[in-house]
Design a protein around this ligand. Structure first.
Ligand SMILES: [Zn+2]
Length: 77
């Protein structure tokens, strides 16, 4: 009997451990998603395309919207 109980306990422990790992993985995944969203915070005001940095935004603006006035903050990039 003792052996059966031990097996049950170890199964429970394993399940707890797996749940904990799953929780941690879910947490870090959402953190990564947040970081990715933060990295793409430059959104083109014309076409809503997302850019990781102002330099890319400036190049995008020059290429895609050459006839439009560039925002002042991009001229300084
Ligand atoms: Zn654009």
């Amino acid at each position: 009997m003792a052996r059966g109980q031990q097996k049950l306990q170890s199964q429970q422990k394993a399940a707890e451990k797996a749940a904990k790992v799953k929780k941690q993985q879910g947490h870090s995944a959402s953190e990564q998603q947040k970081a990715a969203q933060k990295a793409l915070q430059h959104v083109c005001s014309i076409c809503r395309a997302q850019m990781p940095d102002p330099k890319t935004y400036k190049q995008h603006f020059q290429n895609k919207h050459p006839k439009l006035d560039m925002p002042d903050f991009l001229k300084e990039v």
